[in-house]
Ligand binder design. Structure first.
Ligand SMILES: Cc1ncc(COP(=O)(O)O)c(C=O)c1O
Length: 326
């Protein structure tokens, strides 16, 4: 659409009905959008954002990418894969201290050739500026992807995703009433909101908050609203956004980021054992639990068609194996 992108994944991702789970919750028809099948190094939602970032980086003549995240960041693993494909050097700033054993996403980021730095408590990109200066002093041309890939350019990946969904719904003659998904750095949420408004689809977005800590000094809702304001102008959307459109569904994030409870375990097992589809314990497992809880507690209108947007994250299951087996 508006901006050019570098092809990295396999799109459209499948849109499937969850037949067995729909039988278990007979008041609803349940569907899933398989961004876990987006094709790059085990897939996930960030591939959509990276197609825009990588195009932009190459266009600007950059040879190096820096981004940041938690040690088990799916975003960083997918960025490492995108850089490998595009011939760019990838530098990852990951929270915590170097572990003895590399596992899950961290192992994959290493195999994909990223240069990894461990940044202690700074897991949200606080150290990017300093590293950028150091690399520029070494004559590298550096492109910075923000934490989680969440700015307007990244969000375009999900504006595009709504266009893709709209086509699939029209082909299947299907109406979706609600979309549940994991929201953590806000780009997926902002992109879906802008897309739904740009393409005029009547769907309620249900962003389940994953991480109760905001971005720097900003609450996540405010960060989402900022992207919405920018996008509204760029895309000429006839609407004035308020904090209401940027608000996340809180409560499921209470235990903290990356803390696995019975809820996430239940959600992972329920989808795995009813449909053969694997979630992850940090993001999609928590969001799926949130959806099931909404269905069970009558927070979703009966006879609705409900879509779960699977944002990926499979490799983290291996890192959290001890908690998942408990
Ligand atoms: C598997 C998975 N789902 C959802 C998200 C949240 O997406 P966003 O950061 O755009 O809010 C992430 C972010 O890292 C993720 O890795």
């Amino acid at each position: 659409m508006l901006y050019k992108k570098y092809s990295l994944g396999v799109f459209p991702t499948p849109l499937e009905r969850l037949d067995n789970l729909s039988k278990k919750y007979p008041d609803f028809d349940l569907f899933i959008k398989r961004d876990d099948n987006s094709g790059l190094a085990s897939g996930g939602n960030k591939v959509r954002k990276l197609q825009y970032f990588i195009y932009d980086a190459l266009e600007k003549g950059c040879d190096t990418i820096i981004t940041a995240g938690a040690q088990q960041s799916n975003h960083c693993r997918q960025t490492a894969a995108a850089c490998a494909k595009a011939g760019l050097k990838c530098h990852l700033l990951l929270g915590g201290i170097e572990p003895q054993n590399y596992n899950g996403n961290l192992l994959l980021s290493h195999l994909l050739g990223a240069k990894i730095y461990f940044t202690g408590d700074n897991r949200k990109g606080e150290d990017i500026i300093k590293l950028k200066q150091d690399l520029e002093a070494q004559k590298r041309k550096v492109y910075e992807i923000p934490y989680g890939g969440s700015n307007l350019l990244g969000a375009y990946g999900f504006v595009d995703a709504v266009k893709e969904l709209k086509k699939q719904l029209s082909e299947k003659k299907l109406k979706i009433d609600y979309i549940f998904f994991a929201s953590s750095s806000g780009g997926t949420q902002a992109g879906l909101r802008l897309g739904v408004d740009l393409f005029g689809i009547d769907i309620k977005l249900m962003p389940i908050s994953i991480d109760k800590i905001g971005l720097g000094d900003k609450a996540l809702d405010d960060a989402v609203l900022e992207i919405l304001h920018q996008g509204q102008k760029e895309l000429s959307i006839q609407k004035t956004y308020s904090i209401k459109e940027a608000t996340l569904i809180r409560g499921y994030d209470k235990p903290g980021y990356g803390v696995i409870t019975q809820n996430e375990k239940m959600a992972i097992k329920q989808l795995a054992q009813s449909e053969g589809i694997l979630l992850d314990p940090v993001y999609s497992g928590r969001a799926f639990y949130g959806m099931i809880d909404h269905l069970k507690s009558n927070k979703v209108e009966k006879n609705s068609n409900v879509l779960f947007w699977h944002t990926g994250g499979l490799p983290a299951n291996f890192y959290y194996s001890e908690e998942l087996l408990k």
